[in-house]
Design a protein around this ligand. Structure first.
Ligand code: 5GP
Length: 124
């Protein structure tokens, strides 16, 4: 595996406290915060604290504790934002843009959680 992590990316700076963020939830291994340019009434970004470039990097290299914490954090964000269908919410979309074809802007793995309105079809 060859992933090159740029520790000057904007989310690394957020994790180091060098630039502010609107935190929704912080856990041992993750930070969840509101997107600066929300595309829906709910638009939360969930990032691992570890230096992972993208989802497959995280999936292959993160510890089980990090992976469990990340997944549980997504569940907790759905609960906090009232968007989980099993909790009476109307649903959401989870997106991990990856690499060039996935048009990933920030090279620190992050999951977008979007909801609060009908998001329409993603791809036809
Ligand atoms: P990507 O295209 O990499 O999946 O999305 C990166 C996301 O990060 C975009 O939705 C963008 O609005 C968000 N973003 C970029 N810079 C900042 C920032 O400084 N603070 C926050 N909260 N979000 C940011």
């Amino acid at each position: 595996m060859t992933y090159s992590y740029d520790d000057q990316n904007i989310f690394a700076k957020i994790l180091r406290g060098e630039i502010p963020n609107n935190t929704v939830l912080e856990t041992e291994h993750c930070l969840a915060f509101n997107d600066i340019e929300p595309q829906a009434p709910v638009h939360v970004l969930i990032i691992p604290k570890g230096p992972y470039v993208c989802y497959d990097h995280f999936a292959n290299a993160a510890s089980e504790a990090e992976i469990v914490d990340f997944t549980r954090t997504i569940g907790e964000i759905c609960r906090l934002m009232d968007i989980g269908p099993g909790m009476g919410g109307n649903g959401y979309r989870a997106i991990a843009n990856t690499g060039k074809d996935g048009v990933q802007e920030v090279p620190h793995f992050h999951m977008h959680i979007l909801g609060g309105r009908d998001l329409g079809r993603m791809l036809r």
